[in-house]
Design a protein around this ligand. Structure first.
Ligand code: ATP
Ligand code: MG
Length: 117
């Protein structure tokens, strides 16, 4: 299992959600975050150099998936989030040790696969 983290533009949320739905990915968490992706707002020079860092609003998707869904999840986030302009976001993939569905006690792949699939 992997935990796929996608940090995307908030205005692409619907496109990402639709792409995930088309790929049969039905479980995720979304939070609002602020981040920095290398953009430099302003450089002031006064007794040395000061670089002012700018924070931008992003959405963070966290999606726990079994192995067959890892690449489809990455592809769905890319398809939904890409505009081609700088700041489209990032995807991080982490090993996930364990998942538990609290209601049933199901574990791991059985816990991250939506009920009914
Ligand atoms: N190395 C990183 N670690 C953690 N979060 C990051 C990292 N890089 C970017 N992010 C997050 O992703 C958001 C979007 O980053 P961004 O798309 O600007 O990445 P980038 O690598 O600079 O790509 P681009 O060249 O398209 O701007 C940032 O605002 C931040 O929330
Ligand atoms: Mg950037």
């Amino acid at each position: 299992m992997k935990l796929v983290i996608g940090i995307v533009r908030p205005e692409r949320a619907n496109e990402v959600l639709e792409a995930l739905h088309r790929a049969d990915i039905r479980g995720y968490s979304i939070s609002r975050v602020q981040g920095h992706g290398g953009e430099v707002d302003r450089v002031e020079t006064y007794r040395g150099t000061t670089v002012k860092m700018e924070l931008s609003e992003k959405l963070r998707f966290e999606i726990a998936v079994s192995e067959p869904y890892v690449q489809p999840t990455i592809d769905a986030i890319c398809a939904g989030a890409r505009t081609g302009e700088v700041g489209d976001g990032k995807i991080f993939v982490l090993d996930l040790e364990q998942a538990v569905r609290i209601r049933s006690g199901e574990k791991d792949a059985g816990a991250v696969t939506p009920v009914g699939q």
